[in-house]
Design a protein around this ligand. Structure first.
Ligand SMILES: [Zn+2]
Length: 193
């Protein structure tokens, strides 16, 4: 896969909020697409957010990720519509697959490649914004509010701020393995671990 952070494919989403001064993001928010694991799932999701697969949804994310590609959809410092309560400070990453996936599903070849691509991107974003590669649960998000900085999930944002009912990327998302991968890539990205 193309792993040049500054030269990722870009297909702009239809709906997001443009802010005059780009936001120094503090959170990475992990999602799944609720869409099949296919090599063109990232491209499909970007087209979906762009309104090319039907009416554009009132939703967007910064990037869509599958086993062989990352497609950026919203500028990193701008505000995508992915996790109400954390949109302003959060970079949203969409992964091919479903929140109902089993631990084994998340370890299959497709998910392994997808999560590797995601961890690389996440490490680059952590380096860009100075975000620590540490997980934040719903209690930390709620207690720290806008000061909270780290990696979390849509499910944790939902529990912390109660502004949506989404529980992706599901209970079996391998967050421990993911964080270890991000930390490894963070060394290459020159960011904080
Ligand atoms: Zn989500």
């Amino acid at each position: 896969m193309n792993r040049v952070f500054s030269a990722l494919p870009y297909r702009e989403a239809k709906n997001w909020t443009r802010v005059a001064v780009p936001v120094r993001k503090r959170l990475i928010v992990l999602h799944d697409m609720e869409y099949p694991e296919k090599p063109d799932s990232a491209e499909w999701c970007a087209r979906y957010f762009a309104g090319l697969e039907g009416p554009a949804p009132k939703a967007s994310a910064h990037a869509c990720i599958d086993s062989d590609s990352v497609v950026q959809c919203v500028p990193w410092g701008q505000v995508a519509w992915h996790a109400p309560g954390a949109n302003q400070w959060g970079v949203g990453l969409e992964h091919a697959g479903y929140r109902s996936q089993t631990p084994a599903d998340w370890r299959d070849a497709f998910s392994t490649a997808t999560l590797d691509n995601s961890a690389w991107l996440c490490a680059e974003l952590c380096a860009l914004f100075g975000i620590p590669a540490e997980f934040l649960d719903e209690h930390e998000l709620a207690e720290q509010g806008e000061r909270a900085t780290g990696i979390t999930t849509h499910a944790k944002v939902t529990l912390a701020f109660k502004k949506s009912d989404h529980s992706d990327p599901g209970l079996n998302f391998p967050i421990g393995d993911y964080l270890r991968l991000v930390a490894r890539y963070a060394l290459d990205a020159g960011g904080t671990v």
